[in-house]
Every structure is written in structure tokens, then in C-alpha cells.
Design a binder for this molecule. Structure first.
Ligand SMILES: Cc1cc2nc3c(=O)[nH]c(=O)nc-3n(C[C@H](O)[C@H](O)[C@H](O)COP(=O)(O)OP(=O)(O)OC[C@H]3O[C@@H](n4cnc5c(N)ncnc54)[C@H](O)[C@@H]3O)c2cc1C
Length: 425
């Protein structure tokens, strides 16, 4: 057995985890050929399709991945779904090393009585519509004037920001214009946010709370169940951030956002659609029944959701912090490995750790190059032809940026087939 490092490497998923691990391995093994596959025609996973449209600074990380793909050191192969277009087993026959970076994202659904009423919406449906996710493309649900948001983590705050922003607040973003217009034709004016925990242990980042204060025309109030202890510095900072929000004076507010900390819905009622949200135990002074047109749940993700794991049913994908090794020559990184928690920096750290584990396995002779495996060039001609290269994605990119409305940086294509037409033109 030689100690030559893997020559042909396949990474499944072009989200941040897949791209970070590609970067690390490319730096270490200049002579290896790395292909990053994605089921979408476009790269970058949730950076493009999850991170809020008005957070372009977060999306800027893609520029370093652009350089990696553009200089040819790593190949992008979009529009290839592992499990549908080619099996994982077939891929493993052709690549010395396969890394699964296919993420894991499905909302945890609200499970109180009445959760299946019309008007109870998982935040993912709204995020998908605002981010123009194709395959499948989901229209923005109707929202109405009175909204109850369940949850107080960063995704819940993303929801509040979306509910209270005006068209002008989306300058420089790539929000889906149709979805935004539909919402702004009849925006919400009374928003109640329910957080199970008090502010001290709520999940929202302080920066996200402070950002709400920069949106003009919104009045904020809050009820907190129990204050942070002396030694909970972060909890106290979060309390200060909410107190500062409540101090903002607004003459004629467009919208009122009321946060209730230490309260959970016990049931949702209405005749055929949402009309009221009932609280299990309302904090002192708070209403126990809240009239609502819509309930948006932002209560985290279902770690065991199968998602696109159809390609790898025989393996155990229970979330794990430790080793990324799944099998000989098969590893996993990012949300697929750790579960759907944590932001992009956490995935960078995880990808670096798994890259080190892989380098060590190659060093020890456990992972080597094999003459039998031909990598991307050995895939069926039809599969290579259907794949979208980085240069082909740049055509889609150019079409989207050219179609941008005034004050926007792009209008994302909503239709997967339309993307392929442009890519293969
Ligand atoms: C709504 C929302 C908002 C967020 N906002 C922020 C934020 O502001 N800042 C921040 O740092 N983090 C944010 N995050 C977290 C961040 O998006 C994740 O930490 C990160 O994207 C996880 O990276 P990943 O590469 O593991 O998975 P993903 O980003 O999900 O990438 C997985 C990729 O694999 C592809 N794939 C899946 N199955 C297959 C298959 N069978 N074949 C081929 N390809 C496949 C998918 O198309 C996708 O491109 C947010 C997440 C969500 C859901």
C-alpha cells in the first residue's frame, strides 16, 4: 500500500461546511482533484438559501469560495443529486475519499393542539420564499395583521425583522421581489413574540436584538419572567439590549412588537384557521389569549429529519461532535455531522477538525489513492453533461445580477429549469 494521499475526492454539498473542507484539503494536497457536488444548480447551500436577504455581510464569505472554484483548484458540479442521479455507492467506487456535507434543515413543527390549522406556518416556508428557493419553489404564505411568532432565537429575530421592515430597508439585498411585494401590500402591525425561556437564557444573539432598534417606525415592549443572575453577563447584556429597544420613542408606529419571555402556547384555536393563541401560563399582567391571523413557529430544527439522506440510508447520522468518519474513505462535516445548530463559524471549525482527521488518516496510510478510481472524469458522460460547472453558474450569476431591481444586488431565479437553460446555453 502506498502512502499517496487520495487523488480523487468528492464532497457532497456546497454549503459552508463542504466549501471549508474543500479549502483545507486543497491547501494540503495540491495534486488532488476535488469535486464539490450539489443538487442545486448554484453553490453555497444555506448561505444563499437560509441566511436572511438583508444580511449580505454574512453572505460575503462566498467570495473566498468563489476564488477557490474560479482558479480551478476545486471543481463545482451543480445539478447532481447524490441518491437520485448517482448512488453514493457508485460515487465511492470512483473517488478515493467521499465527504458528506449535505446539511440538515427541516423546521421542528409546533405540536400543540390546533397546530395544523391554516395559518400556522413554519418559519422555513417564509425563509424559502424570501430567498427564492427552487426545487421546489414555495410561495409566500398569507400573513395578515396580527402575528404570533413562537421562539426567540436568531431565526425568530430574522422573522421579526422581516415583518417590520419596509421596502427601503431591503436596499442592497437579494430578497425575492414578488414575495416581498406580496407581504408589504398588507404588512403585520401587531406582532407578539413568545419565548419559553426568560431573556437571560433566550437564544437570540445580542447583535441581532440591537439590529431591530435600527428599523424606524417600530415600537417595542417586553415582559420578562425572571431576570439574569449576577454572574450571567451575557443574559444581562441581552436584557440591556431589550431595555434599549423599549426605550426607543416612536411617534406613530407602523408596527408594535411585544416580546413575552417565559411563555409558551398551549393551543391554537379558530374556525378552520388561526384566530387565537392561548398561553399555558401567562406571566403576570399578560393576556392569556392573543388574537392572531398567523402563527409563525421558529423553534429550531429537527435533527433527525431525513432531508436528502436518501442517498445514504445504511449509515447512522445521529448528530455527533467527535469524529467525522462514517466508514472507510467516507466522512461527514457540518450540520450533517453536528446536527442543525450553530452558525457558519462553527462549521468552519468543524470542517477544519475533520480535515485534520482526514489528513492524519492519509498520513497513517489508511487513506490512499487508488489507480482504479478515475474521479469526475470516470462518471457517465450524461452525468457530466448535466452538471453545472462553476463557469456555468457564473452565467446564472450574471443573469441574476443583470435582472436586479433598483437598489437590489440580484433577483434570484426561482425556477431550477430556467437556471439550467442559462447554465447550458
Ligand atoms: C434560516 C437560517 C438563517 C441562518 N442565518 C445565519 C446567519 O445569519 N449567520 C450564520 O453564520 N449562520 C446562519 N445560519 C446557519 C448556517 O446557514 C449553517 O450553519 C450552515 O449553512 C450549515 O452548513 P452546511 O454546509 O453544513 O449545510 P448547508 O448550508 O445546508 O449545505 C448543504 C448543501 O448540500 C446540498 N445537498 C443536500 N443533499 C444533497 C444531495 N443528495 N446531493 C447533492 N447535494 C446535496 C444542499 O443543496 C446544500 O447546498 C442560518 C441557518 C438558517 C436555516
Amino acid at each position: 500500500m502506498s502512502n499517496t494521499p487520495p487523488k480523487h475526492i468528492a464532497i457532497i454539498g456546497s454549503g459552508p461546511s463542504g466549501c471549508f473542507v474543500a479549502q483545507s484539503l486543497q491547501r494540503a494536497w495540491k495534486d488532488s482533484e476535488i469535486t464539490v457536488f450539489d443538487r442545486f444548480a448554484v453553490p453555497y447551500g444555506l448561505i444563499r438559501y437560509g441566511v436572511a436577504a438583508d444580511h449580505q455581510h454574512t453572505k460575503a464569505i462566498t467570495r473566498q469560495f468563489d476564488r477557490m472554484f474560479a482558479d480551478g483548484s476545486v471543481r463545482f458540479a451543480g445539478n447532481v443529486e447524490i441518491g437520485t442521479d448517482i448512488s453514493l455507492a457508485q460515487l465511492r467506487e470512483r473517488f478515493d475519499l467521499v465527504i458528506l456535507a449535505s446539511g440538515r434543515w427541516r423546521d421542528r413543527h409546533l405540536s400543540v393542539p390546533g397546530s395544523s390549522l391554516k395559518g400556522v406556518i413554519p418559519s422555513g416556508d417564509i425563509i424559502n420564499a424570501l430567498n427564492a428557493v427552487p426545487r421546489p419553489s414555495i410561495p409566500l404564505p398569507e400573513i395578515g395583521e396580527r402575528v404570533v411568532v413562537v421562539g426567540a432565537g436568531n431565526v425568530a429575530i430574522d422573522m421579526v425583522r422581516f415583518l417590520v421592515k419596509t421596502a427601503a430597508d431591503y436596499a442592497g439585498s437579494d430578497v425575492a421581489p414578488g414575495a416581498l411585494e406580496q407581504y408589504l401590500a398588507a404588512p403585520a402591525s401587531a406582532i407578539t413574540v413568545l419565548s419559553r425561556s426568560p431573556i437571560a437564557t433566550a437564544k437570540a444573539d445580542v447583535a441581532m436584538v440591537k439590529e431591530l432598534g435600527k428599523i424606524a417606525g417600530v415600537r417595542y415592549t417586553f415582559a420578562n419572567s425572571s431576570p439574569a443572575t449576577e454572574d450571567n453577563a451575557l443574559g444581562r447584556k441581552r436584557e440591556d439590549a431589550f431595555a434599549a429597544l423599549a426605550e426607543i420613542e416612536v411617534d406613530e408606529p407602523r408596527a408594535h412588537v411585544h416580546f413575552v419571555f417565559g411563555a409558551e402556547p398551549s393551543k391554537v384555536t379558530g374556525a378552520g384557521k388561526v384566530e387565537q393563541v392561548h398561553l399555558g401560563a401567562a406571566p403576570v399582567g399578560e393576556a392569556s389569549v392573543i388574537p392572531a391571523d398567523t402563527v409563525i413557529s421558529a423553534i429550531g430544527f429537527d435533527a433527525n429529519a431525513p432531508g436528502h439522506l436518501n442517498y445514504a440510508e445504511e449509515f447512522d447520522f445521529t448528530p455527533a461532535e467527535e469524529s467525522g468518519k462514517v466508514d472507510e474513505g467516507l466522512y461527514r462535516v457540518g450540520w450533517l455531522k453536528r446536527g442543525p445548530v450553530g452558525a457558519i463559524p462553527a462549521n468552519r471549525a468543524d470542517s477544519n477538525v475533520v480535515a485534520k482527521e482526514i489528513l492524519a488518516a492519509a498520513e497513517s496510510g489508511e487513506l490512499t489513492a487508488s489507480l482504479d478510481r478515475g474521479g469526475f472524469e470516470s462518471l457517465p458522460e450524461s452525468l457530466r453533461a448535466q452538471s453545472v460547472s462553476f463557469a456555468a453558474w457564473q452565467k446564472i450569476d450574471a443573469a441574476e445580477t443583470a435582472a436586479a431591481e433598483t437598489d437590489r444586488i440580484r433577483t434570484k431565479l426561482l425556477d431550477h429549469e430556467a437556471m439550467l437553460d442559462i447554465a447550458h446555453s
